[in-house]
Design a protein around this ligand. Structure first.
Ligand SMILES: [Zn+2]
Length: 246
């Protein structure tokens, strides 16, 4: 079972590109992906829940919903998140440092709520190691998925090393291998923290060079790693299935 742990119904790019559930499933079929975790960003928490709920209603066997947490001074969004997880069966929470402050009084209640409900937080930390460390160590009961091994398309091996080291010392940390260009760091992480805490993801859909080629590339990247077939199977789906209790 191949599970893409990182797919956008709405991206955080300049155009705020949206993809329909049909479009996402079409790409999955062509690329050979069985199931995908889907979420929207660049929108309100409430709208992100509506978008993911609608998508999963159309493809309940293929798509797995995360809610997008956009808490602020004004609004905690805890009500929306509780409803999504408790009543609608959402499996996780997406957080992005580009749109959400990771300051204690803003993000900590969301991290506590995730721990209470046993769902993971997939956080794009944008390379902010200090925030990642504060959260990983400060919330040992919160399952934390660090997007892109710490920073999207990162070529700074020393920075990635810090995130792997953090995952080594914090068992509540998983590493999302989407948008990782230094492929050998995935092998390195698998050796040190175990493939059961590494997650395959495409961070798609993306039209360059075309939707299907983009989705296949990270899949091939994992398949070509010098890891055992068991380890690859974990990264490609087993790890996220265990994490989400699928
Ligand atoms: Zn993403």
């Amino acid at each position: 079972m191949i599970i893409d742990s990182h797919v956008h119904l709405k991206h955080g790019n300049a155009a705020r590109t949206e993809y329909s559930a049909e479009a996402i499933v079409e790409v999955m079929d062509a690329a050979g992906v069985d199931r995908s975790v889907v979420f929207a960003m660049s929108t309100t928490t409430r709208r992100s829940v509506e978008m993911a709920a609608e998508a999963v209603e159309q493809f309940p066997d293929r798509l797995i919903p995360y809610a997008y947490a956009l808490p602020s001074y004004e609004r905690s969004v805890l009500g929306e998140l509780k409803e999504a997880i408790g009543e609608l069966g959402f499996k996780g929470i997406k957080i992005h440092i580009g749109e959400c402050r990771l300051t204690e009084y803003i993000i900590d209640p969301v991290l506590e709520l995730a721990a209470e409900h046993g769902v993971p937080c997939l956080v794009d930390f944008g390379g902010d190691f200090a925030s990642t460390e504060r959260i990983a160590r400060g919330f040992p009961g919160t399952k934390l998925i660090v997007a892109h091994f710490g920073r999207y398309l990162c070529t700074d091996a020393a920075l990635i090393e810090r995130f792997i080291e953090l995952a080594e010392s914090c068992e509540n940390v998983w590493l999302d291998a989407s948008g990782v260009v230094l492929a050998w760091t995935i092998e390195e992480a698998a050796r040190r923290i175990g493939a059961d805490r590494i997650l395959f993801g495409t961070d798609g859909p993306h039209p360059m060079p075309d939707l299907v080629t983009f989705a296949r590339a990270p899949l091939k990247q994992i398949e070509m790693l010098e890891l055992s077939e068991e380890e690859k199977a974990l990264i490609l789906g087993g790890s996220i299935a265990a994490l989400l209790g699928l």
